[in-house]
Design a protein around this ligand. Sequence first.
Ligand code: MLT
Length: 263
Amino acid sequence: MKSIDIGDITLRVLDRGSGVPLLLVHGFPLDHSMWRRQIDFFSEHCRMIAPDLRGFGQSGVTEGVVTMEQHADDLNRLLDAMSIHQQVVFCGLSMGGYVGWQFWRKYNERVAAFVACDTRAVADTPEAAENRLKMAERVMAEGPVVAVDAMLPKLFAESTFQDKPEMVEAMRQVILGTDPKGIAAALRGMAQRPDVRDMLPKIAAPTLVIVGEHDGISKVDEMREIADAIPDSAWVVIPHAGHMSPLENPDVFNDALAAFLTL
Ligand code: MLT
């Protein structure tokens, strides 16, 4: 991992391999380690750039609200700071996908292709946004265990809980190690993220839309609508996987991504 100063903060980023840059943007409330099976598989072919977003993993933390646009701005500055001027493949999961929409909106000249994994294009309902704000307060008062209790049961397919408890435990430890201020700031940022459905028909880059068949957060039907709305899109459902499809079924996920990237 490298520490990269992007101006007001330092981000930690894994930078491995060479070739087309594959920018892997993690979900909430996780870090770059959720991509370990992709990092191992693709680093022979691509330059893997897997940051910890502001407030997560080992990256610097800011209090208050961190919007999806702020994360996109951070990634833009990260690429500049790493002197990566070649176009990247932007691959984001869930919150990483919310960041991806904003990255596309502001920095699409940097994007060669887009991979939207287990994510959503709609905004929060007022009730969902309110719940996030309440959860942010609870995380600040009681710590990251609140996020473990709220999120962990929703991240995986039932079969993953039974067959791969070590994977669930690894993600639990990541969340428990996350600064409450970072979790709360991202919750507040997600609560105010915009609905981006109008933007989807304007996404001009080749796009792969991937979803775990048992994803309970970004459901298959909703993700199918995202794929249908993006003109140049491919669509893959990952079997035996929930919301964490790249981690739960890496073989199928990696084959699908390799086929999309024509590796
Ligand atoms: C994620 O995996 O990033 C979260 O499920 C996103 C969300 O809470 O909307």
